[in-house]
Design a binder for this molecule. Structure first.
Ligand SMILES: CCCCCCCC/C=C\CCCCCCCC(=O)SCCNC(=O)CCNC(=O)[C@H](O)C(C)(C)COP(=O)(O)OP(=O)(O)OC[C@H]1O[C@@H](n2cnc3c(N)ncnc32)[C@H](O)[C@@H]1OP(=O)(O)O
Length: 185
């Protein structure tokens, strides 16, 4: 028996509004990769998505992801799970503007148009607000340009965690990595 998810990314109207951290990177700043081996943004990942994300105004992030033959599900078309990964990455980038470490709790994705190999998706994410440790966000991806047709939409809940989430559950981090992370989560 496989139980369905019990939660939803739909948010109540009374969320605490998003607050851009005073030390958030200025709008237009290209965000660094948060981890060199990350499948979404890591430059060292041999087959990763190699996404580049940029801080926007308020609590927003934009990004691009070019779909290659390595990302196919059906012949010539992007795999839905790969597209969800791209949305996860641009939504996760909101951490840089909030300066809070967080992990994806829930990611709901609408697939609206097929995304052919060769497309560069123009992705965007916006923080909607907070309820306790829960950060609600929405995201979308358009075909080729920021005003192109919408291909994918997402609603997500990220959960704010401490650095111990990564040190306790993940691979060993060096003291230097923990320090870097605390300074620049
Ligand atoms: C040196 C490198 C370091 C790297 C670090 C990153 C830096 C960031 C910087 C920048 C870019 C980032 C880009 C990344 C993009 C990709 C992100 C990912 O893919 S993350 C991986 C996938 N996600 C997981 O692996 C989570 C697995 N789940 C868990 O670990 C736990 O379930 C967790 C932490 C989410 C919650 O567990 P609890 O024990 O801490 O807390 P509880 O009480 O269960 O939940 C807290 C509140 O959140 C709600 N909540 C939890 N899960 C929820 C869900 N699925 N939907 C809705 N609400 C949920 C709960 O209802 C609760 O709310 P109430 O306080 O009662 O109001």
């Amino acid at each position: 028996m496989i139980e369905p998810p019990v939660r939803s990314a739909a948010h109540r109207a009374d969320l605490d509004p998003p607050e851009r951290h005073p030390e958030a990177p200025a709008p237009g700043t290209v965000l660094p990769s948060h981890y060199a081996d990350c499948v979404g943004c890591g430059p060292n990942h041999p087959t990763g998505l190699r996404m580049v994300t940029t801080a926007g105004p308020d609590v927003t992030v934009t990004g691009t992801f070019t779909v290659t033959a390595a990302h196919q599900g059906a012949p010539g078309l992007a795999h839905g799970g790969v597209l969800a990964t791209a949305l996860d990455e641009v939504l996760g980038g909101l951490s840089w503007l909030l300066r809070k470490p967080m992990v994806t709790g829930r990611l709901e994705t609408d697939y609206i148009r097929p995304v052919p190999v060769g497309t560069t998706l123009a992705l965007a994410a916006r923080c909607v607000g907070f309820s306790g440790r829960r950060m609600y966000a929405k995201g979308q991806g358009r075909l080729d340009t920021p005003d192109g047709p919408i291909a994918i939409r997402a609603a997500a809940v990220f959960v704010v965690v401490g650095v111990e989430h990564f040190t306790e559950h993940g691979a060993d981090m060096t003291a230097e990595q923990v320090h870097d992370y605390e300074v620049n989560p």
